[in-house]
Design a protein. Sequence first.
Length: 348
Amino acid sequence: MHSRWTITLLFLAYVSSDHLSYGQHILEDVPVSWIGQRPGRSNQCGPNGQFFYMADLRPEKEDHQQSVVRVNRDGSTLLFQTPDQRDWIAAFAAANNGLVVVADFPNRTSYGRPAQEFHLYHFDDQGNLATNHTVSFDFQPTHMAVTSSGKIVVFGWHQPNQKTSEAQSGGAVLDANDKILQLFEFPPTPKGINLHPARMLGGDGVAYLILIDDAHDSGGQKSISRIYSVATIGESGRVDINVLPVLPDDKTHTFNYLFGPGVAVEQYHLDHDTPFASHFDEYDLVTGKLLRTKIGPPISYAADSITEPSAATCYLGDEIFWMGQRRGDDPKLVHRVTSKLEAAALHK
């Protein structure tokens, strides 16, 4: 297995030859009229190259309504809006180009509802509300995914109790009619390790959840290598966790963890990359094995005109796209830029 530095040197030799230049890596660059606030971690990549993010349309209101926006490949957008203005969207998941949303709202007990009840909304691919059910959970949802069979897997946190001062993670599996089929709990992590959920994806009869430990401490010093795992949650409620073999490297700067077709992806760059390159290590979702590395232009690249890339990044296997704002443009206008990736194995 080549080291990350070796792969970088091979890539630099490759792009300096008669192969594709950085500019030639750009496949699409389309404007997007941004709706609401820019996305943070509350975003998700759709199965057909769409991008979903949570848009706060009334940030000045304490009881503000939240909505989800879908950005299509051509830059067009579609708004999924919950009907109750008191809703606070806790999690959402793309499903057949539509959307499933679980929502609660602040001070919900003051409206005569139990504190553990949530709205569960299903929208069609045109943003129309199809079904609306009330579901009771004994945990606070944070992530959600829809499996290939249409079952819904909701992940969240239980509040600390008298036995433990730490919040415990778990969730529920629901059928397509929002009936709870199975509850599940996550196994305890080793002492000193705090795994936090990053992204969730529905698979073939399972859901996958990326877990990271950003502050893993070893001997009083921050570890060079983060703990990076993928949890597999079956429709039966079984939970398996694979720790992925991320190589320790003090010259590596990881800045994103993504899902791609059948893979989990670590996105990073290296010190002194010339030209600056984005690296993507693919890990098999079933075995956790490191499969391959792909390299492409930097996320902020588009003839030096994209000045502020957002957290909107989706990995499509041979392509990746991100959102960025052009210098001097209207703040509500961003560009969806799609670029081609090169397999490092081809650079030998």
